[in-house]
Ligand binder design. Structure first.
Ligand code: SAM
Length: 485
């Protein structure tokens, strides 16, 4: 039997089945232990320091107790603290991105994904570099600055060289005032050497969803193909970090296995990265299983309702306070609205999950033939940006941190330093101005400029405030772009 060891590099030791079962049992036994719950909530609360806030975070056991707790007042308290943590470290900014599907060729047999090899109905498509360019122009014309590239796993059709060529193409396109300044990558687990190549290509975050931490289920859900190898998949983030990638993004696909199991596994993975590499995950995504070509989510027994989903999100926020949290357009406007107050710091907008879904289509036309899953939030980016602002969030197109070398633990230090209002806040306002000037509708411009005026006053350092104001005037009156602190 494998023994639990967060510092081990072996999947079954750092994601340890017995430890997860014990955690779930411990949480169940303590779900009404008010004294313990209050102690855990106190530990999770942000503490004010001379320069900003600090948070201790929670262990997977502590966070699991909160997740198991069904006492309404305590759940409200969890939600309140989740929002406080989000505001303490990320302010009211929400980072915006879009996925770009490069290829749906895939040799894996993942039973929940329509790209699985046995699906003979779905048309297979891989973008040429000319098509990548057209997609990037379409995304730039919407106003995007940050992409997450997505591809199936297929060593013949989508080898690492293809992915690297696409990254190069994406960074090379500068249409009108547009450019893509950060490319995050969501491709299958690979070798240290390939991760090093991705790092050298200038990627932002390397994202890989675990799908499920439950090994037995994992093997059944991934019956064939290279992804069947549980250890290789689970140990991928260690190889990515060995290859020099500081920012990695975790996630599970909720709906495949019991959520309490996944929750404990996810936090153990975060603790493992912290224990071995000295820095936790840069982001955690919370995708839920969706309907797709030849996939019916009701075939899977472990779907979770919106309340449970909200609780999971808030408990993750309490456990890993400095990690960014991402919600995609798999979720509808109502769910996204709610989660924005429970810790989410990044959202996608105007997304298409088909290969070649952007170029040549108007905002309300969407191709379904090569789509990975149904998109619930089908609003345009302009609508998403306006909706965020009308609800008090600043949509941010900022990509400054990684371009200034603030990755890994340097990003985490910025989070803790209290300098966010002098750095991320003006960066968000300057990039939002770029968006408004270059791409927004008149209604969105109006809401946006009003918000920017108000938000500029929150910058504590007079000098920084002055520079931000000057830069915003320059963006409005010229084609000068890409100012950053
Ligand atoms: N091929 C890479 C891999 O295996 O990790 C890239 C991933 S795929 C393009 C992106 C993610 O979509 C997967 O990791 C999976 O979690 C998610 N996904 C697959 N099928 C889905 C479905 N039916 N509903 C929602 N998300 C799904």
């Amino acid at each position: 039997m494998a023994i639990y060891d967060p510092k081990s590099l072996k999947a079954e030791e750092f994601i340890n089945h017995e430890e997860i079962l014990d955690t779930i049992k411990y949480a169940e036994e303590n779900k009404n232990n008010i004294e313990l719950i209050d102690r855990i909530l106190d530990k999770a609360r942000p503490q004010k320091t001379e320069t900003g806030y600090v948070c201790k975070g929670l262990s997977h056991r502590e966070a699991s107790v909160l997740l198991a707790c069904e006492i309404p007042e305590k759940i409200e308290e969890i939600y309140k603290i989740a929002n406080e943590i989000k505001l303490a470290f990320y302010g009211n900014r929400i980072v915006i991105f879009a996925p770009l599907y490069l290829s749906n060729y895939c040799v894996n047999g993942c039973v929940y994904c329509p790209y699985h090899i046995k699906n003979k109905c779905i048309p297979r498509k891989k973008l040429t570099q000319e098509e990548v360019k057209a997609e990037v122009i379409a995304l730039q014309d919407m106003g995007h600055k940050r992409l997450a590239i997505e591809a199936g796993e297929d060593p013949k059709n989508n080898p690492i060289e293809y992915i690297l060529d696409c990254i190069k193409t994406i960074y090379s396109v500068h249409h009108k005032n547009g450019d893509i300044r950060r490319v995050n990558v969501n491709i299958a687990a690979t070798t240290v050497e390939n991760y090093r190549k991705l790092k050298d290509a200038g990627i932002g975050t390397y994202i890989l969803f675990q799908e499920t931490y439950h090994k037995e289920s994992y093997l059944e859900l991934h019956p064939t193909g290279p992804k069947h190898d549980y250890a290789y998949h689970t140990e991928a983030m260690d190889r990515a970090m060995q290859g020099g990638i500081d920012d990695v993004g975790l996630g599970v696909l909720f709906g495949l296995e019991l959520y309490k199991y996944e929750f404990a596994g996810l936090l153990m993975h975060a603790e493992h990265l912290e224990a071995v590499h000295g820095v936790g995950p840069h982001t955690i995504s919370v995708p839920r299983l969706k309907r797709a070509d030849d996939i019916d989510p009701s075939q899977f027994d472990n779907g979770i309702d919106d309340d449970t989903f909200a609780k999971i999100t808030a408990c993750i926020r309490l456990a890993v306070p400095y990690t960014g949290m991402i919600i995609s357009t798999r979720e509808n406007e109502q769910v996204r609205s709610r989660l924005l107050h429970l810790g989410i710091s990044q959202v996608s907008g105007g997304s298409r999950t088909s290969v070649g879904g952007y170029a040549g289509y108007s905002a309300d036309e969407r191709p379904h033939d090569t789509e990975q899953f149904d998109v619930s939030d089908q609003r345009s980016l302009d609508e998403v940006v306006r909706w965020l602002m009308e609800n008090g969030h600043i949509p941010s197109f900022c990509t400054a941190c990684y371009r200034e070398g603030r990755t890994g633990d340097r990003f985490m230090s910025l989070c803790k330093s209290g300098q966010i209002l002098n750095c991320c806040h003006p960066n968000a306002l300057m990039t939002l101005t770029e968006y408004l000037v270059d791409y927004a509708s008149p209604e969105t411009k109006e809401v946006g400029y009003r918000m920017i005026e108000k938000e500029l006053e929150k910058i504590p350092k007079e000098k920084v405030k002055g520079i931000a104001k000057e830069n915003i005037i320059a963006i409005k009156n010229s084609n000068r772009r890409d100012f950053r602190f």
